[in-house]
Design a protein around this ligand. Structure first.
Ligand SMILES: Cc1cc2nc3c(=O)[nH]c(=O)nc-3n(C[C@H](O)[C@H](O)[C@H](O)COP(=O)(O)OP(=O)(O)OC[C@H]3O[C@@H](n4cnc5c(N)ncnc54)[C@H](O)[C@@H]3O)c2cc1C
Length: 426
């Protein structure tokens, strides 16, 4: 539902532009030119909105149901904006083609006399195409990909100059002009806030690495606050970066495994790539910079007090925080399935059993796929006959989450009662 509110707002912003554009279209009839103008208006609004979506501001989570959802929508909106902006010059070219081939050619390949506004428009489009091709089709290492994303703002700057100076409906329809320029301005402010001046504006807290423990391929890190303590809900995640020899200063998202009332915070990172592998080199006393908390994957966010929690592998981390926060008289009832291949991989099992002993309303069920096969919704339904009255939380590998969601849907559980946390933002 929350996700729909955000999407609805984006659609309304686009419709707003079309409504304001309509008076300019009166009398001129429907033509390729009209469609081209509408495509440009929608494209620039979506492009601007995409910068707002990338700010990680808290209110966005409310509109979309969590930061993961915001990033998914950001991805879709980016591609849609590009498509609309691509269609814009093509449709104008078709329109001019009827008048003269040279004029049509001039739209797609501006000449030195085309006017600087046209050049800026084309520059914006080429920048966007280049960056989106790099994002979608060239599998760049994450840090390089992030760097290319920083240049997206150039496309918005060029597009805004195009809107400001091009002679079109936007130059003489003032309500429309100010509407579009407001979006461009908010988009540019968002770009300044997050990307260019993020180090001054974005709120971050500093922690110091207290202890590091490596078990199997998981690095567990405990940190204590250097100043203000982070306030968060059990199950939420943070972006963290370390200043430590041998570790790049990239920020990465990790779920908190500690509880909000502890003085320290903790995370557990599984080696799954270059960065997480180097975390093993982390030294005690290193400084960590943290942004957050983010996410809505928390038992306290759900409406139903009876819950089923399903963790696959390292997907156990948000549940560790939730299980440790559970108290016997909190009014909740949860069954946690800890799904791993073999017992050896269930490295947090004894801690979870301890939580369950302290809070009998939390039941922990280890599930070993090597002997029992995949955990299915039917197995859960057999264990918990009134499963349909529960809210379901799932965190684990993407195929597992997708499959379980479909299986629960098939058993009649609506998506509104299934919460999932994906360990990827792209
Ligand atoms: C909300 C959330 C919570 C997470 N919690 C945990 C956790 O508790 N424990 C854990 O082990 N892992 C967690 N992850 C996953 C963890 O962030 C990635 O495994 C890690 O960033 C991978 O980096 P890498 O360089 O080692 O691997 P790579 O092979 O370089 O990256 C693998 C994938 O991880 C993602 N990724 C890489 N770098 C970043 C980055 N800087 N920011 C965002 N995504 C990135 C990309 O999707 C990439 O394709 C979480 C991810 C998210 C989104």
């Amino acid at each position: 539902m929350r996700k729909n509110i955000g999407i609805l707002l984006i659609i309304l912003c686009c419709i707003g532009a079309i409504v304001l554009w309509l008076p300019s279209a009166q009398g001129s009839g429907i033509s390729f030119r009209s469609f081209s103008q509408i495509a440009a208006l929608i494209g620039i609004i979506l492009l601007s909105i995409n910068f707002i979506l990338s700010t990680r501001l808290k209110f966005l989570e409310g509109f979309f149901g969590g930061l993961n959802q915001v990033y998914i929508i950001h991805h879709v909106v980016g591609i849609t904006a590009l498509l609309f902006l691509l269609v814009h010059p093509v449709l104008i070219a078709i329109y001019y083609w009827k008048i003269s081939l040279a004029a049509a050619f001039d739209v797609i390949f501006p000449s030195p006399i085309s006017g600087f506004a046209t050049w800026f428009g084309m520059g914006a489009l080429l920048t966007l195409i280049l960056l989106l091709v790099l994002t979608l089709y060239v599998k760049l290492p994450y840090n390089l990909w992030k760097l290319t994303h920083k240049f997206m703002g150039i496309a918005l700057i060029l597009a805004t100059i195009h809107v400001l100076f091009i002679s079109s409906t936007v130059s003489n329809n003032y309500p429309l002009r100010y509407y579009i320029l407001s979006f461009c301005t908010i988009g540019l402010i968002s770009y300044l806030y997050r990307t260019l001046l993020g180090r001054f504006f974005v709120k971050r807290v500093r922690y110091k690495v207290d202890k590091i423990k490596i078990v199997e391929n998981v690095t567990a890190i405990i940190l204590f606050p250097l100043a203000k303590k982070l306030k968060y809900l059990p199950g939420q995640f943070i972006f963290i970066k370390f200043a430590s020899l041998g570790i790049t200063s990239e920020e990465h998202p990790f779920s908190l495994t500690s509880t909000p009332d502890e003085e320290v915070i903790s995370i557990a990172a599984k080696s799954s790539g270059d960065y997480t592998e180097t975390l093993k080199l982390l030294k005690e006393d290193s400084i960590a910079t943290i942004e957050g908390p983010f996410g809505r994957f928390s038992f306290v966010e759900a409406r139903r007090k009876k819950q089923i929690w399903i963790a696959g592998g390292i997907g156990i981390t948000p549940f560790l925080s939730m299980a440790k926060s559970f108290t016997k008289d909190n009014g909740y009832e949860a069954t946690l399935y800890y799904v791993v291949k073999v017992h050896k991989e269930a490295i947090f099992l004894s801690l979870l059993h301890q939580c369950s002993q302290n809070s009998p309303n939390l039941k922990v069920v280890p599930f070993y796929t090597k002997t029992a096969g995949h955990l299915t919704a039917n197995i859960v339904a057999q264990d918990i006959p009134d499963f349909a009255t529960h809210d379901i939380f799932i965190c684990g590998p993407k195929p597992m989450m997708t499959s379980l969601r479909t299986q629960f849907n098939n058993l009649g559980v609506r998506n509104g009662h299934i919460f999932s946390e994906e360990f990827s933002l792209d």
